[in-house]
Design a binder for this molecule. Structure first.
Ligand code: PXL
Length: 273
């Protein structure tokens, strides 16, 4: 069985970061070790959330894992809250040398999340430069490239951005939430190793739920660890994320802060067969 480690916060309520990465990656049949970076009462889109930083735990945990001779097939990072956490992730990567997958979770809909700055986005771009695969949405890509955010774009513009993202140093960049046609949404990826583009689109439901980026990245990582090619893993992520949103809309008791990813887990398991 493959073992990966994911580095992100625990938002106790909010259906994002570790509370989705751990169940989704486990459901894929992959061991998911966790490096929790902070504990929050909820994600930062709620008001009045509590926050307890765990940055000081990262180096000792890394040291212990090293002493135990542990190895990881991949390191997957999500929401990181500070410059120091990025630096410690770089150390973790130097220590274990595994495949690095970075979801630079820090912005959406043209805006940075609470607490982030343009300087942080520039530092995140440096971490992305060390990755085998990065999974930004369009807003995150624009902040990392210092480009203005626009809601409309052509495929040529997306491809230009993907080349620029790989010019940061990332081997492969997949832009998520890409839509060239009304009613369709998916990814476009550039693989700088093979100099090829690929894309895939599913049905676009006219809603925006928080946490879908984390669900997309987690299912992609799980599918890769199960032996799917990166392109096929990204397709699994598109289909699973769609299924999560579809089931959420069908649920009269749905929460407004996240999607019913749990209900879609049987679909994910089937989709991986
Ligand atoms: O889903 C990204 C995310 C993760 N963790 C925390 C967040 C957010 C988005 O706002 O606030 C704490």
């Amino acid at each position: 069985m493959k073992r990966i480690v994911t580095v992100q916060d625990i938002s106790a309520v909010g259906k994002c970061s570790l509370t989705v990465a751990l169940p989704i990656i486990s459901a894929c049949g992959v061991e998911c070790a966790v490096m929790p970076t902070a504990v929050l009462s909820t994600h930062t889109q709620f008001s009045g959330f509590t926050f307890h930083d765990l940055t000081d735990e990262i180096a000792p945990i890394t040291e212990h894992w090293k002493k135990e001779g542990l190895t990881f097939d991949a390191i997957y990072t999500g929401y990181l809250g500070s410059f120091r956490q990025i630096e410690l992730v770089e150390k973790l990567h130097e220590t274990f040398g595994s495949t690095l997958i970075v979801d630079p979770a820090m912005a959406d809909n043209g805006k940075l999340y609470y607490g982030f700055t343009e300087e942080f986005a520039a530092r995140m771009a440096q971490l992305c430069g060390k990755a085998d695969l990065i999974l930004p949405n369009l807003t995150e890509a624009c902040f990392m490239l210092g480009r203005p955010y626009t809601e409309t774009y052509t495929q040529a513009e997306i491809r230009e951005m993907l080349r620029e993202l790989c010019a940061l140093g990332a081997k492969r960049a997949a832009l998520t939430g890409v839509s060239y046609e009304k009613g369709k949404v998916g990814f476009e990826m550039y693989d700088s190793v093979t100099d090829t583009f690929s894309s895939y689109f599913g049905e676009h439901l006219p809603v925006a739920y928080h946490g879908t980026g984390d669900i997309f990245a987690s299912s992609c990582v799980g599918a890769m660890a199960r032996g799917k090619s990166i392109e096929d893993a990204l397709k699994v992520a598109v289909d699973y994320t769609y299924e999560c949103v579809r089931l959420t809309l069908a649920d009269e008791d749905r929460r407004d802060y996240g999607v019913n990813f749990e209900e879609a887990i049987p679909y994910l398991i089937e989709r991986l067969k």
